[in-house]
Each structure stands twice: as structure tokens, then as C-alpha cells.
Design a protein around this ligand. Structure first.
Ligand code: 13P
Length: 285
């Protein structure tokens, strides 16, 4: 099935109160494993790429991989560009065929962020693409973008004005969530999600999904978090399953790339299927 627009996936999830996992993939193997997990779970899924991944693999190669791999599944899937402060990369990905982008103007003044986000929304519409927006930097560094300093929340009034005036399709708030590994359970401002949703009816993107508690996911999904980003869990799983295979290979003196890829793929698939199940999207395709 060819990829579908982001909002085809998110509108249904938002209306029916389940979350769609959005995994940051890092190469061909992880892209294919995430799609395969969605297929076996009969779930919609969002595959997202960081700017770093776009630059290291190249948008052309990455998009060709996506086109071929997404054709092989018959559940709704969509390709998203995660945190991108660089307008040239936004344009490049929209031209290639990414279904949606997150313009990350959180380092700009609110006025300048609103101006540029509005421009990105107009640009995306020419390609039938959707836009996620943010004005409060999410704490933590995601593939080279962001900072470890605690994110400052804007007033609700500023947030609502940004959402309404920019025309974005999905909003990513800072609610005490952070990219990377949480040292303790995060204290989340769930009320902020309810406030934005009740005033604007816009689906919320939850960043920093790795390591949140099941009850937190449940509460946030119920309030309107329809897109849940998972990056660190995939990276850790990919690296640790690679290490486990390589340690075994050294011990046994057997160096066989196909079985290496098979082991890592099945581990990443299991991690993805676990999150899909946790967010309630299994069986929704
Ligand atoms: P984690 O790295 O905490 O999973 O967060 C992912 C994310 O929000 C990507 O934008």
C-alpha cells in the first residue's frame, strides 16, 4: 500500500483515543523492521527520520528505500521529518515526498517561529503534506538537535495563538517530557494537553516517549496525544542486539552477516510491536 497523509492516520487515532507510534529509524534495517512490526500488528505506523539521518543517508536514497518498503505492507504508514530547524531540508524532503514535517522553530522568538511555521504550512500544502509545530524546545538532544536545558513553557494563551494562527496540523508541547533516557519518572503536565485539545481540537504529538510509564501513556492518549515518538528505545535496542550478536559470533568464531541482520531485525521488530501494543493501535488498521 502506498504511504498515506499523516492526518489520515492521526485523525482516526485522535477520534478513537489510541496512540500511533512514530519511530525514528536510522537505516534500511530499522525502517523495514518497524514496517514489518506494523504489518504483523495490523497497526498504522509513522516512520520518522531526523535531519542527521537525512543528511547521512541522503534524501534520495532514503526516500527510494521508503517507497519500495512501504509498498510491501498493507497497513497505513506515513513518512515524517522529525525536528528540523533547517528550511532547506524541509523543502528538500517535501519535494522528495515526505508526508509531513516538524518545523522546529523553538529556538526562534515566538513571533519569528509563528511567521516561519505559517510559511512552512503553506509550502507543505502544495505537496499535500502536513505540519507538526512546536514553540517550546523539548528538553534533550535528538540526533544533534536541541539542548539538555529544561524547556521553558509558554503561557497557554501564547500556545493557543500559535496553534490557531500557524495552521499546523499537530502540536508538540513541552509538558515535562524529554528526549533520551529518564533518570526518574517524569512529572508530566497532562492538563496542558487537555487545555490545548479542548481549545483547538488539534491532535498532540508526544515527544520523549522512551521510558514513560504505561499509566502515563494511557492518560496522555486519553487526553489527545495521538502521535507518540520513540527514538531512544530503538537506538538502544538496535545497538544492544547488535552487540549481543557480535559477542556470540566472537565466542563461536562464526561471522555471518545474514544471521546478524536477522537477529537485529527481529529484536527491533519486537521492540516496535511492544510499543504499538502499548499505545492501543494494534488491530486498528
Ligand atoms: P525518545 O528519544 O525519548 O524516544 O524521544 C523521541 C522523540 O521525541 C523524537 O522526536
Amino acid at each position: 500500500m502506498p504511504a498515506v497523509p499523516l492526518m489520515d492516520i492521526l485523525k482516526k487515532a485522535f477520534d478513537e483515543h489510541y496512540g500511533v507510534a512514530a519511530f525514528n529509524v536510522v537505516n534500511d534495517l530499522t525502517m523495514e523492521a518497524v514496517l514489518a512490526a506494523a504489518q504483523v500488528s495490523r497497526a498504522p505506523v509513522i516512520v520518522q527520520t531526523s535531519v542527521k539521518t537525512v543528511r547521512s543517508i541522503g534524501s534520495g536514497v532514503l526516500f527510494s528505500m521508503w517507497e519500495e518498503m512501504s509498498k510491501a505492507v498493507d497497513v497505513p504508514v506515513s513518512l515524517h521529518l522529525d525536528h528540523c530547524p533547517d528550511r532547506a531540508v524541509i523543502t528538500e524532503c517535501l519535494q522528495k515526498g515526505w508526508n509531513s514535517v516538524l518545523f522546529d522553530g523553538s529556538q526562534l522568538s515566538v513571533v519569528e517561529n509563528l511567521r516561519q511555521t505559517t510559511e512552512v504550512v503553506h509550502e507543505a500544502r502544495r505537496y499535500g503534506a502536513h505540519v507538526e509545530g512546536e514553540i517550546e524546545a523539548i528538553t534533550g538532544v535528538e540526533d544533534g538537535v536541541g539542548s539538555d536545558e529544561d524547556a521553558a513553557q509558554q503561557s497557554l494563551e501564547v500556545v493557543l495563538n500559535f496553534v490557531r494562527c500557524s495552521g499546523i496540523d499537530v502540536f508538540a508541547p513541552a509538558i515535562g517530557n524529554a528526549h533520551g533516557v529518564y533518570r526518574s519518572e517524569p512529572a508530566l503536565d497532562m492538563q496542558r494537553v487537555s487545555d490545548v485539545v479542548s481549545a483547538t481540537s488539534i491532535p498532540i504529538a508526544l515527544h520523549g516517549g522512551t521510558g514513560m510509564a504505561e499509566a502515563q501513556f494511557r492518560g496522555l492518549i486519553e487526553r489527545g496525544c495521538a502521535k507518540i515518538n520513540i527514538s531512544t528505545a530503538l537506538k538502544i535496542n538496535f545497538m544492544q542486539s547488535s552487540l549481543a550478536h557480535l559477542e556470540k559470533a566472537r565466542f563461536e568464531g562464526k561471522w555471518d552477516p545474514p544471521s546478524f541482520f536477522r537477529d537485529v531485525r527481529s529484536s527491533v521488530m519486537e521492540m516496535a510491536a511492544h510499543h504499538i501494543q502499548l499505545f492501543g493501535s494494534a488491530g486498528k488498521a
